[in-house]
Design a protein. Structure first.
Lengths: 161, 161, 161, 161, 161, 161, 161, 161
């Protein structure tokens, strides 16, 4: 895997308003040298397009999908129903219920179709989780994850208050 | 509309274990002389089949869909994304969270794709709501709804304790 | 049905402060060529007026009622108890509990009297749901709904990020 | 006020299934020598009857109403909208949400129409609260309440474990 | 009862920061010609003072107590344990949990010691509820409550949108 | 400190029905050689007795109080308001809300009066926490706590599945 | 990868009582020909052992860890802090709060240390998610996942009700 | 114990952003003449450092630890698993869920490893609780706690509104 070449991760979000949250996933992936493709495809407003995109994902070389959605957040679960790739779900913080609806709509999937759910609004962790998954196959990602963990620990040690 | 002939309502549920709950919708509809078709089609385990079924629904003469699902309950929302028919969602009571997850997964739909949500496990009301919807077109259903309401009021008046 | 003539939908809200939320329902209906009448009638502060208004609704030609209320939100359920028309409930986002109280007060109706509940504050979807209901009787509304869905899908396809 | 003569308290419940809970209110009232009348009148299934009953309540000599209801529990709030008598609301424990829906539907009333809410399923306390209210007018009830409090304290003091 | 003379209602709050909320109770009571006394007495920071104050309340002529508190809100329940007067509890909206903690701490009292709970932050309704309670003894308060209800209904009828 | 002699910990509970839960605290304390006294004293049904008991606690040689209560659970907070001893609160699992009401009523104390809260129904941990507190003064308790921790770790290591 | 030879997945649980839930993960993995090792190692009762085990995991050839825990469920997060392998968290259904505590304790991880969370009690999905992750490296697992998805869809199509 | 000399309390927080909340604990302790040491050590980003720090705590003379963390807040529980000192947990208010996640992650510890939990964001109470614990050994702290309680009561008595 040479960096920034072929996207290994597809980042999909339900609405353009999710972009500010979801681009943290992209930033995380860049830190680990993983290229990604980012798209707005609503499970509700464009179901056909979502089907096409997710069905083609594996054939196009994607190895992980990251899906962000809010409220009655069906995008990650529907994607996980269409592909057998690992799907990571990011519950976007919703207005009235602060993302509790998004979280439950994503994490409480029925037996047979898992979504790897991260915390509310935590697209950064979705990117890191994708890197952890890819690291089982790409040793250079594993090395970068190790360095990242070491850097976090070092920063904690040096924190002055 | 002659009774019990052409099904006007399609009842779909995510799992066979939802049948006990969902047949209350069928019973309600029978009370108002409305025929229905009942199917198990999981949005997650058989997404293609769901797409086909819901896309064909209007052409086959359905005028209302009732969808029951539990947990991360995507069936009603996905159906509402595929058809422009009115879709009624029944949140099935889930084990750990007692249907709060099902309710939020169904009712909190994004702008553009509404699901007419009833109470947790209340498939009976889904059937009556379908009848109320049909009653704007079929006067005989309106008449039966009026009789039903009168009967409910009468029973209350006669309740002895 | 010629556009903007006879109102087919009555929009009722519990308080004038709900107006900003509820006029989204009106806007939605306009998009589908459906005329509506909008009124503030509190179930709590003017119960007699609500009774009169809802009892007369069907005779005045209304085919769907949309009711918005917040907190201990009784308006939609009480309206549904008085008429057999389909009643759509909009849980208004409340201050302390963010509309969770409104949602549960509206959706958890007892068997016999359904309210078609939409998401918290989602009056736009209430308007679209009313249009979906009317579309089973008025083909021109069905056509507009189809165009609306196509437009949503097209917009998703053209979203650039 | 001579005991057991004229009922001063009306106990209303939404459904006959609430009777087991609500008769605790009656028992409490008996303990304080207050007569009551108990009725099943659903706000949803018999709205006209409820209006009549509550409108007539003050004229018939009632001084407090106790209303029990579950789920989207509108009975206490609607009663409080019709009468200016003090209305006590008892949230009946519901199946899926354990009475949280009932509680919020009763307690979160809008400004202007209060319901004196007690704990979930706590009809006993509704009876005692009615007695406390009546005690400001009827000294013999006040005396019985004092004795009741003394007895509770004495029992605590004598509890052996 | 001549207006503004002897206070019939004691309003107690746990903290001076509750004053902005609680003075709505005072305003309500003024509307019905009921005098009140308002005090800050924390159940936690000054338990002895609370005991003294509440124990003396009946002897001093109070007929209703209104207690507002937030978070782990013990003031209303402790007051209700000390006196047999009717005690109204106002759950003050708390910072982190928005008053859900205050509500449950007040409403879920054990059998034997009821607190008449109103909605979160709804001190206005606490004042009106106190007036309703007093109205069973003071006909002039009943008359004012009737006028208040009529005025609310009239305002609704005249609302233009 | 010689074992089982002078009780250092007072265990108080709101109701005799809490005994089954609370005796786990006693068992825990026995394991660490700490004597305790166990009493039923409701903050609501016997407020005077509670005041006396807690005010006298320090003088009688108690160094920690453990208070268990359910629902609107005021016992631990009221005790903490009366004494400056460390007070541990055990939220008893309540029927309708499963102890969420008990937990919030205990843990969300206002600034100035802390209650050391343990998990819902977890009286065992209340006992161990009391032992941890006493261990800063009594080395023999510290030793027993160390042995207890070692035993737990050993048992985990030996667990076969 | 030849089946059942070297374990690629480590399944860890906080308590032996979690075994009944967690063995569903093992069953899932068997279905996809993935060997695993299952251990009880509490983050709380044996923190040293957990550190050793997780630190050694990658060196021993594990590529995914599945961690199940209930209540204040720290096991998955602590494991994810020690290793850079992908860690899947299973919130065990807890007694009082039905796993809501477990879910939030696992999914709401801070930025930098993700846990791939599945639904409450859904160890089956944890196993399938581990298989999806491994499938990006092991084509035979990918094939088995495809067959599994096809079988699920087929079963839905053949469901008779 | 001479004031401000040897720190008896260690205050640890998961992130520098928790400092604003946690320094209230330090302020409280100063009020009671108790010295403390304050450190940022994340359980997730620097698990080794946390282990070392907490393992050494008792040997270094600490008698109480105060740990603040938010979201999936593991710091207090992990600390309590490593030491037998009393550990006080402060649930930091989180962004989306307002600290409900933090609270449950801290308070719902399994049997055997208690965390003395205070209210959401209530580091002030954590400091006072630490002082109450120390007061069983250091009479001068007990005296200061008594004065503090008297001052609070006096301030309440003098509050004018």
């Amino acid at each position: 895997m040479s960096e920034s070449k072929k996207p290994l991760v597809g980042i999909i979000m339900g609405s353009k308003s999710d972009l500010e949250t979801m681009k943290e996933a992209q930033k995380s992936l860049e830190e680990f040298g993983v290229a990604c493709e980012m798209r707005v495809i609503s499970a509700h407003r464009a179901p056909d397009l979502l089907f096409e995109y997710v069905k083609a994902a594996k054939g196009r070389g994607f190895e992980v999908l990251i899906c962000g959605a809010g409220g009655a957040a069906h995008l990650p679960g529907v994607a996980a129903a269409i592909t057998t790739l690992p799907v990571i779900g990011v519950p976007i913080e919703s207005k009235a219920l602060h993302g509790m609806d998004s979280l439950l709509s994503i994490v409480q999937m029925p037996g047979g179709i898992p979504v790897a759910t991260v915390g509310i609004g935590n697209a950064k962790n979705a990117g890191i989780l994708a890197a952890r998954i890819l690291s089982i196959k790409y040793p250079e990602v594993a090395t970068k994850l190790k360095n990242y963990a070491d850097k976090m620990a070092r920063e904690v040690k040096e924190t002055k208050i």
